[in-house]
Design a protein around this ligand. Structure first.
Ligand code: DAK
Length: 263
């Protein structure tokens, strides 16, 4: 694992062409609390991965038993209002949600507060059977600030999101699956393997179609149905300007596996 001493983000490459990047949150003694340095390193890592053409898919995971315990409460404690309404307070928190490449969260334990919000910024969430999800900010006298009221509501629905945010009640992995918060629950020892397998599968698709697909699905959370349907259709048409679209359809007819080139 490539790691600078004291690095809070570890980066590994997987796949024959290093097409899958595995990003590990690495602050185990503080339960991966998302302090400013960690979030800065995460943003820098994503900047680097985004411009690396070899990298097609990113997997983000945590430490055994903890994905992330949220923003760093010790860093936030002394802040007053004037310091939090302007940069640089929590300024890197939206970097992950702006990532163009598909991101899979492999949640292997607690995903609380900003940890749950970080997972929800990812495109696919796999949970280990030991994962726990929650928005406990209310127990700290505050409220979620990085999507916990908005993305959670749109994902699990208002009644459950409201209950979680008002009480801080945590969900088990099984409850999170039932609520639609996660895509799959996987035994802890198999979680990373399965996440990497899915990442490799996505990495074998047309890079252009993958980016367009992510944009179209994300639009469903941000626009009206009619605008979203129009946007989807326009992006579908756009795939006909690529060689990969012809390659994929041709390979189907020829009963061969497609080899996409990203053109
Ligand atoms: N911050 C700082 N330190 C933390 C921490 C956190 N979130 N979570 C754990 N730690 C530290 C503990 O203080 C302890 O440190 P020492 O006492 O050893 O110095 C060490 O990690 C081990 O913690 P525990 O002894 O508590 O470990 P356990 O295994 O017993 O429990 C736990 C693990 C994850 C269940 C527990 O630590 C826990 O409940 N942690 C706090 C969870 C939480 O309340 N999270 C919400 C934080 S507020 C925004 C962006 C983001 C946010 C808001 C706005 N904008 C962009 C505007 C996010 C806000 C939040 O996430």
């Amino acid at each position: 694992m490539a790691a600078e001493p004291g690095a809070m983000i570890l980066l590994e490459r997987h796949g024959d062409g290093a097409e899958v990047a595995l990003v590990t949150l690495n602050r185990p003694r503080a339960r991966n609390a998302l302090c400013d340095l960690l979030m800065t390193q995460l943003a820098d890592t994503l900047d680097q991965l985004e411009t690396d053409d070899r990298v097609r898919v990113v997997v983000i995971t945590g430490q055994p038993g903890v994905f992330a315990a949220g923003a760093d409460i010790k860093e936030m404690l002394p802040k007053e209002f004037p310091a939090v309404v302007q940069p640089p307070f929590l300024q890197h928190w939206d970097r992950l949600s702006r990532c163009q490449k598909p991101v899979i969260a492999a949640v292997n334990g607690y995903a609380l507060g900003g940890g749950c919000e970080l997972a929800m910024m990812c495109d696919v969430i796999y949970a280990s059977d030991e994962a726990v999800f929650g928005q406990p900010e209310i127990t700290l006298g505050t409220i979620p600030g990085a999507g916990g009221t908005q993305r959670l509501c749109r994902t699990v629905g208002r009644p459950l999101a409201m209950e979680m945010c008002l009480t801080g009640r945590k969900l088990t992995a099984a409850e999170a699956l039932q609520a639609g918060l996660v895509g799959r629950v996987i035994p802890a020892e198999k979680l990373l393997e399965e996440a990497l397998k899915t990442a490799s599968r996505i990495a074998a698709m047309s890079p252009i179609a993958t980016v367009l697909c992510k944009k179209a699905v994300n639009a469903a959370h941000q626009t009206s149905l009619s605008a979203g349907l129009q946007y989807e259709r326009d992006l579908f048409y756009a795939t006909f300007a690529t060689e990969d679209r012809r390659t994929g359809m041709d390979a189907f007819i020829q009963k061969q596996a497609p080899v996409f080139t990203g053109k």
